[in-house]
Design a protein around this ligand. Structure first.
Ligand code: ZN
Length: 218
């Protein structure tokens, strides 16, 4: 079973479901030619997609255009349903940084057909995770910067306060759609600057003062 490790703690959370939000930064929605949504776009990833910092992202045979999406990831610590913003904020146990690897060529075909994004988003190694920092140890203020370099070059760099929907709002909204439980992860969307990765690339992602990860593409 895959777990989330909390830094400076013996706590470990078995990973339950992974809920992802799309188009949560206006500039990123625009760069892919999408409208800025009135409600977050929501999709899922399986826990089988998870790898950790130090791991290898494997290019699936059915894509030639895998993109990086660097995201703040929230760990849910207790069961909530139809949560208020306060209850939603309380349910967030820890923060990390993650990569929502996406097969952009496959996704474009799926979008054209009106099909779900599953094949573009759920492949093995498509969810890369850092270790997490507990909310007791660090309070996110959204002044932090989210950053990704590929082979040492900056590809994505943005303040977290550019998110259209903030963490507690996202968690509250998702809890109106489905029960959230201990061990669920929420990917909160990516800022502008998404782009293709190639075999041999080295990716380093960070949320300043919060979490870091490093991985390669094979
Ligand atoms: Zn994403």
């Amino acid at each position: 079973m895959k777990t989330i490790r909390i830094r400076n703690s013996s706590l470990e959370y078995p990973i339950n479901k992974i809920v992802c939000v799309g188009r949560n930064y206006a500039e990123h929605a625009k760069e892919l030619g999408n409208e800025v949504p009135e409600k977050p776009v929501v999709f899922l990833k399986p826990s089988s997609a998870v790898i950790y910092s130090g791991g290898k992202i494997i290019y699936p045979s059915f894509s030639n255009e895998m993109h990086h999406e660097t995201e703040l990831v929230l760990l849910i610590g207790n069961t909530i349903k139809d949560a208020s913003v306060e209850q939603a904020a309380d349910s967030i146990a820890a923060y990390g940084v993650g990569l929502d690897m996406t097969l952009r060529d496959v996704q474009a075909e799926l979008k054209k057909k009106g099909h779900p994004w599953t094949i573009a988003k759920c492949f093995d190694t498509s969810a890369v995770l850092s270790d997490f920092i507990s909310k007791d140890e660090y309070r996110l203020n959204l002044d932090e910067e989210i950053l990704l370099t590929v082979n040492g070059k900056v590809r994505q760099q943005e303040k977290l306060n550019m998110m259209l929907f903030k963490p507690a709002e996202i968690v509250g909204y998702i809890s109106s759609l489905m029960t959230l439980e201990k061990g669920d992860l929420i990917f909160t969307g990516t800022p502008k600057g998404v782009g293709k990765v190639n075999k041999g690339d080295i990716l380093n992602a960070e949320i300043t003062g919060v979490a870091k990860l490093s991985c390669s593409v094979e």
